[in-house]
Ligand binder design. Structure first.
Ligand code: FAD
Length: 278
């Protein structure tokens, strides 16, 4: 249908990004193709290596899912997006397709091994999330392609993650957010993935911060070194949520806290991670 209607048509999923844009007259599509009527597009499944999320799965369904809790960072992310109304309508596929630099899902999922499955008139394709998000509000999707599914590899034993966002109140986007995914052997960090949100045009992988942890014992010194490297990687713009320096300072605090929660989870502890409010 989207192919027949041409460039003037747009998909609508939960409408939680698109409807506000329509109301502000920033988007003006001639036609909306509603994905809500397509059966079988909302699901959470597990196979031997991955969790699979249908593109139309709502944030609230992921928040409530015991399967999704196998990767605690996913539960942190889903539970902290906006308020109950937005979480009940907004979808994980819509969030990635929107590629809002302040959106939570891309930042959380980029620390995991995530594949975006898409379908268009030329057929199906699987895109690594790192190649899917091209820029702010820009993805690798063709106009007639729909996101159908996200595949998230289950991290190896000894892994734990945390997703923390700092926001002024529930129904606003974060001022800064951080995702950390670690794999530990005893207290040595075997692998680390750290991503920063809302402090650049896309989620930023803080690779120097990851290097500061990899192969090291986790202690105050190595965690502080990683947080400082993350501060250097952040590229925030000043706006109504705070100055650039303020956001860099938030990154430092969030990275330290997220590493600590991720490490405790990697050791098998049940830790409640929650978004932080000013
Ligand atoms: C008050 C408010 C606060 C919010 N706060 C946050 C927040 O803190 N963090 C956060 O991450 N998000 C936040 N959001 C956004 C919310 O998470 C949206 O649900 C999400 O960004 C878009 O998902 P959607 O299903 O609503 O997509 P829609 O709004 O329906 O669509 C968004 C875009 O994606 C396209 N699209 C949708 N689904 C697909 C698909 N399957 N394949 C291809 N293209 C598709 C549409 O054509 C459109 O261009 C907030 C929204 C509101 C209204």
């Amino acid at each position: 249908m989207i192919g027949q209607l041409g460039e003037g048509a747009k998909f609508i999923a939960g409408g939680q990004s698109l409807i506000p844009l329509l109301k502000l007259r920033f988007a003006n599509p001639e036609h909306l193709v509603d994905l809500n009527f397509i059966p079988g597009t909302s699901f959470i499944k597990e196979d031997s290596v991955a969790l699979r999320f249908g593109a139309m799965t709502r944030h609230a369904e992921i928040e409530r899912s015991t399967l999704a809790q196998k990767i605690p960072l996913l539960h942190d992310c889903a539970a902290g997006i906006a308020d109950v109304q937005v979480r009940n309508r907004g979808t994980i596929g819509g969030s990635l397709a929107e590629a809002d630099p302040s959106g939570d899902w891309a930042n959380a999922l980029i620390t995991l091994d995530t594949t975006v499955r898409c379908l268009g008139r030329k057929g199906a394709r699987a895109i690594d999330l790192r190649d899917f998000i091209k820029d702010a509000y820009t993805t690798a999707l063709e106009h007639d392609e729909v996101v159908t599914e996200l595949e998230v590899k289950i991290p190896p034993p000894g892994s734990g993650g945390a997703y923390l966002a700092f926001k002024r109140s529930a129904p606003v986007y974060p001022s800064a957010s951080v995702a950390v995914q670690l794999t530990l052997a005893d207290d040595t960090c075997q692998n680390a993935a750290i991503a920063l949100g809302c402090v650049g045009l896309t989620a930023i992988r803080a690779t120097e911060a990851e290097t500061a942890l990899r192969g090291k014992n986790l202690n105050d010194e190595t965690i502080a070194a990683a947080a400082e490297a993350a501060r250097a990687a952040a590229d925030p713009q000043p706006d109504m949520r705070g100055s650039a320096d303020y956001k860099r300072q938030l990154v430092v605090a969030l990275v330290k806290r997220a590493i600590q929660i991720a490490a405790r989870r990697a050791r098998g502890e049940q830790v409640e991670g929650a978004h932080l409010y000013a």
